[in-house]
Design a protein around this ligand. Structure first.
Ligand code: SAH
Length: 375
């Protein structure tokens, strides 16, 4: 015997998770339909973001019946929407297996940025981050990644119809490069011009620093903007606050960044979470400027957003300003990221499936499944 059989294993294909080529292949070879039917199905699923086959009004009744039998359109359920006083909205989305993930919709002048999750929880264990405290439950599949965009787009159409999502950042729960293949598929799906049609120039993938995957991303044909959570100016401190640094230290990380192919006029973004007394001294600023010299980049300073699971402090406004001024004086382009949605636990590093301050999953349970070794 080769292990237990899974009863009711889903045999229907989830169209939300397929790339354009896979959809065409499935509709033509799998269903024996002409190619243009595949394109129509794709447009419904990814261009319009529909939730059911009934809505696919230009398909024949027979084809719709066949689709119902053989396929699903896996959608996330919007379980809750919380709205911040600053207009930021946090969506809590339920997966079909009952997990919760979060996306954050951030209006900012003409721009509207959607921040999406790539995993349920996270395995990377950054000491200052609330998501890390959940441990990793599982990867999101490509359909669950892209559907966050469609659900947010639908919400926006209801609450603020003049706005469109202009920018997409993979900065929600999880480490995108730890879920590399599914994140790549999601990028292919979202940038396809018959689908959501997002430009890769307006998509940013953020990583805690999985060096081999950064190198691999640099060789892809679809290449988003890259953001790197650096968060320290020395290995000594980075080892402590980001254990991933013990595997790939700052030297290796910056080596990969220097080699990363950048399009004309593109820059890498470094995120730098500012933690009082840990990485916020003027010496840190000087070391940071030295480390990043010669890299086409900008630095986003993120003053630490508090949450109950870690006991760091946000530096004073004066210390934040002094740090930024020193970076600028040394020629480093530096921006201060003002917290958005922190009153609803939606700001950077606060995503932990909480609603009105209450944890939805037991936060003290670490690593509910064995965390895969990062490779
Ligand atoms: N795992 C990826 C994607 C998450 S991006 C990555 O690490 O890049 C989330 C960003 O928020 C990261 O730059 C992270 O360093 C930062 N962050 C985490 N916890 C934070 C907190 N409590 N306050 C401010 N920023 C935080």
């Amino acid at each position: 015997m080769s292990g237990p059989q899974v009863p009711d294993a889903p045999t229907r294909v989830d169209l939300r998770a397929l790339t354009f080529e896979q959809t065409i292949e499935w509709v033509t070879t799998g269903l024996g339909q002409p190619r243009f039917r595949g394109e129509q199905v794709w447009r419904w699923v990814h261009g319009r973001g529909v939730r059911s086959f009934d809505e696919m009004s230009n398909l024949s009744r027979d084809l719709r019946a066949l689709l119902v039998e053989r396929a699903t359109v896996g959608t996330l359920e919007v379980a809750e929407v919380q709205t911040s006083h600053d207009g930021t909205r946090k969506l809590r989305l339920a997966t079909r297996d009952g997990r919760s993930i979060e996306s954050v919709l951030i209006p900012d002048g003409d721009k509207t940025t959607l921040c999406i999750s790539s995993q349920v929880g996270c395995a990377v264990d950054c000491q200052f981050c609330a998501t890390a405290k959940l441990g990793l439950f599982r990867n999101l599949d490509p359909g669950e990644i892209v559907d966050q965009v469609y659900r947010a787009r639908q919400l926006l159409a209801e609450v603020d119809p003049d706005r469109r999502i202009t920018n997409l950042v993979y900065m929600g729960m999880g480490e995108p490069l730890h879920n590399y293949d599914n994140v790549m598929s999601s990028l292919r799906i979202l940038t396809h011009d018959l689908g959501a049609g997002l430009s890769q120039r307006r998509i940013t993938v953020s990583t805690a620093g999985m060096v081999p995957r950064i190198e691999k991303l640099g060789r892809e044909d679809v290449r988003p903007n890259l953001a790197v959570s650096l968060n320290a100016s020395s290995d000594e401190v980075r080892d402590q606050i980001m254990p991933i640094n013990r595997k790939w230290d700052i030297g290796k990380l910056l080596g990969a960044i220097r080699a990363y192919p950048l399009e004309h006029r593109r820059r890498v973004t470094f995120e730098y979470v500012l933690l009082a007394g840990v990485n916020d001294s003027l010496d840190d600023a000087a070391r940071l400027a030295r480390l990043l010299r010669g890299i086409k980049c900008k630095v986003n300073i993120i003053p630490w957003n508090p949450h109950p699971e870690a006991d760091f402090q946000r530096p004073s406004a004066a210390a934040i300003e002094a740090f930024q001024e020193e970076c600028k004086r040394l020629g480093l382009p530096t921006y201060l990221r003002t917290p958005r949605g922190d009153d609803i636990d939606a700001a950077c590093g606060q995503l932990a499936n909480r609603s009105h301050g209450e944890p939805l999953v037991p936060l003290r349970v670490r690593k509910p499944v064995a965390a895969p070794a990062l490779d």
